[in-house]
Design a protein around this ligand. Structure first.
Ligand code: C2E
Ligand code: MG
Ligand code: MG
Ligand code: MG
Length: 279
């Protein structure tokens, strides 16, 4: 923080803090209205099979075109929704939106598994699996065409309910993925007791992949161990041909990143998914 020289203690006041707080307030207060008015929307980033280069899945990612603040990143508003208890509202909206989209795609003959990000608060909800099951039948979407991504840090809280919910989701038939693997300090050995199909190696390691021997070793070891334990391995954040080549050699199954495809709107995706391949 900037040092302040002010005459009166009463005047301790930081304009930047104030601005940040005001922005938070706009975001928090604007969320219910934003959801109602469709200021929020989903984009879909392809995940490609590393061998065939074909798109086998998309990850649904939320965006908010705020009326006053412009486009806001989920990295900013998801934590605020979690802190204020509004994540329930948001996640319900995401599930409805994505399942409706998936139903539409299936009717059009666009067959692709869709991954949905849920937050730790969602997994603490004992009704989550039942709610998901109800929605799947409501939208006529087969459970195994949906993957739920949970960040690794969620598991580190090791809440009993989280584990129960994961098993219930697995029983329904949805696929499960551990997101941002490597950031939560859990071990793959621990993950092997969980009903998880896929491990996504965190982008942070990829960012250093070519400059840091240590980062490269972490990625390499994680991939080997995950594969030995029977998980599918996805690497996200692939931005270059040289990284892709290394991942090929390391035996990665699935790749996601701006090098192949940035997140698309639903209609952009419909028009291009068959052509998607390595550039
Ligand atoms: P995530 O689930 O790990 O999603 C991957 C993020 O990495 C996305 O950022 C994606 O756009 C970005 N990414 C993928 N490949 C590349 C690349 O090659 N280069 C770069 N620079 N970025 C890449 P995004 O969309 O900003 O989402 C950030 C995070 O917000 C997500 O991380 C996820 O944790 C959360 N999030 C997004 N949508 C939702 C949602 O619907 N619900 C919840 N609960 N969280 C969401
Ligand atoms: Mg994710
Ligand atoms: Mg991730
Ligand atoms: Mg992330």
């Amino acid at each position: 923080k900037k040092a302040k020289t002010l005459k009166q203690p009463m005047a301790f006041y930081d304009q930047d803090d104030d601005k940040a707080q005001y922005r938070e307030l706009l975001i928090i207060n604007g969320l219910p209205k934003g959801l109602k008015q469709n200021q929020l929307f989903m984009v879909f980033q392809p995940k490609l099979d590393i061998k065939s280069g074909k798109c086998k899945q998309v990850e649904a990612l939320i965006r908010w075109q705020h009326e006053g603040l412009g486009l806001i990143s989920p990295n900013e508003f998801i934590p605020l929704a979690e802190q204020t208890g509004m994540i329930d509202l948001l996640s319900t909206w995401v599930l409805d939106n994505v399942l409706a989209q998936q139903a539409k795609w299936r009717n059009m003959g666009v067959y692709v598994n869709v991954a949905i990000n849920l937050s730790s608060t969602d997994l603490d909800n004992p009704n989550l699996a039942a709610d998901v099951a109800t929605k799947l039948s409501q939208y006529l979407v087969p459970a195994d065409t949906i993957t739920i991504e949970i960040t690794e840090s969620v598991l580190m809280k090791s809440l009993e309910q989280t584990i129960v919910t994961l098993h219930q989701l697995r029983d329904i038939g949805v696929k499960l993925a551990i997101d941002d693997f490597g950031t939560g300090h859990s071990s793959l050995a621990y993950l092997r007791h969980l009903p998880v199909d896929e491990v996504k190696i965190d982008k942070a390691f990829l960012d250093e992949f070519e400059t840091s021997q240590a980062a490269k070793q972490i990625v390499k070891t994680s991939i080997e161990l995950a594969k030995n334990l029977g998980f599918e391995v996805t690497v996200e954040g692939v931005e270059s041909k040289s990284v892709l080549d290394s991942l090929h050699l390391l035996g990665v199954d699935t790749i996601q990143g701006d090098y192949f495809a940035k997140p698309f709107t639903a209609s952009e995706f419909e028009h291009s998914y068959l052509q998607l391949n390595y550039p």
